[in-house]
Write a protein of this length. Structure first.
Length: 281
């Protein structure tokens, strides 16, 4: 349907209601990295309610993949290298903030609003976990990142999760590897050899963002308008997953509505969510 698959280095946004199979699709994309790049992808869960997405259960059942939680934190001047076994951890839930931006804002001195300094301190502390998670895995050959747990929004620009994703995507995922390495591995002179040996092309990292919508029907998702702050406006690829009534049953369908840079099919494909994951008819 995508004329060869997602283009390396691009962003794909998948829209669909809860329970439609987005997490299955994301895990399939991440695990396919084993064959394509020699390393599975990594997963961010932005859901504030814990692993309600069932990533661990699905990964174990579908791929025999033990999806362990990344715990390694690197504060300034601390030993940056992950302890033994930590590189097997490919799941991170260090960015749990949801709700509207205004809930995290306070009045500023110029009469406007700004992000609360207490929240900024929490967020900056979370980056001590997030940045090493991305840096060390990409330095080891990973080229796929899945971001799950984005909740339904009427105007995305008013919400915290799109703001955090933009920060993650632009300032961590697609930050120059040498620059990111020098920010994590301090003092730089002591770790220069490691930084130089683990450079990677951030332009080759492909990201899949899974967004839950209020719309459930495929027809409504295809006609969905791009609202202010919607990440889909800058995505290279948009996929929608929705349901439609087929006779006396409810069918699930997938459709690619946007794909720049290569051929794409206009087919609407039916699939089922089974014990083996997504199976197309």
């Amino acid at each position: 349907m995508l004329g060869g698959g997602l283009l390396a280095g691009t962003l794909c946004v998948v829209y669909g209601a809860t329970g439609i199979g987005k997490t299955h699709l994301g895990l399939a994309f991440a695990h396919a990295g084993v064959q394509a790049e020699g390393a599975p992808g990594i997963l961010f869960d932005m859901n504030s309610r814990g692993d309600s997405q069932q990533h661990h259960e699905y990964a174990a059942r579908l791929y025999g993949w033990s999806l362990q939680r990344w715990r390694h934190t690197v504060t300034p001047m601390a030993d940056p290298y992950p302890p033994p076994g930590e590189m097997a951890s490919r799941y991170c839930d260090a960015l749990p903030w949801t709700g509207k931006l205004r809930d995290y804002q306070v009045p500023s001195t110029d009469g406007g609003v700004e992000l609360d300094w207490n929240w900024k301190a929490e967020y900056n502390h979370a980056l001590y976990t997030v940045r090493p998670f991305v840096y060390f895995h990409l330095g080891a050959g990973c080229r796929r990142i899945v971001v799950d747990g984005v909740e339904p929004m009427d105007v995305p620009g008013d919400y915290m999760q799109p703001f955090i994703f933009h920060e993650l995507y632009g300032k961590v995922i697609h930050r120059d590897s040498e620059t990111l390495g020098m920010e994590i591995c301090l003092p730089v002179w002591k770790h220069r050899e490691f930084i130089d040996a683990h450079r990677y092309p951030h332009t080759a990292v492909t990201t899949m963002l899974l967004v839950t919508t209020e719309e459930t029907r495929l027809e409504h998702l295809i006609a969905r308008k791009v609202a202010s702050g919607d990440v889909g406006a800058v995505a290279n690829t948009i996929v929608v997953m929705g349901s439609e009534r087929v006779g006396n049953r409810l069918g699930r369908f997938l459709c690619v509505v946007k794909h720049r840079g290569s051929a794409m099919s206009d087919e609407i494909a039916e699939y089922r969510v089974t014990e083996r994951g997504l199976e197309f008819a």
